[in-house]
Design a protein around this ligand. Structure first.
Ligand SMILES: [Zn+2]
Length: 85
């Protein structure tokens, strides 16, 4: 169920990583999910399943989301950037 939620939200996850990346470029990580939560709230996404997935992937705050979870996400979705013909 959890992975299905994430899979169906692949495009949104990509946006999330971009959003957090930009947020961290403006201010250092304060070792919370500050930017992650702001993004989820603004998209009306329930944070629990997403945070659980991120933590499972090694992301326990915004900077770890970028350093660890984004790589796991790319690895889990190798064809994401290549639309099917
Ligand atoms: Zn951090």
């Amino acid at each position: 169920m959890q992975s299905a939620v994430i899979a169906s939200a692949s495009a949104t996850m990509k946006e999330l990583f971009d959003f957090v990346d930009e947020g961290l470029a403006e201010s250092d990580c304060d070792h919370t999910f500050r930017h992650t939560l702001r993004f989820l709230e603004s998209h009306n996404i329930s944070p629990e399943p997403v945070l659980q997935w991120l933590q499972h992937a090694g992301g326990y705050c915004d900077c770890e989301v970028i350093m660890n979870a984004e790589d796991v996400f790319d690895f889990a979705n190798p064809t994401f950037d290549k639309p099917t013909q």
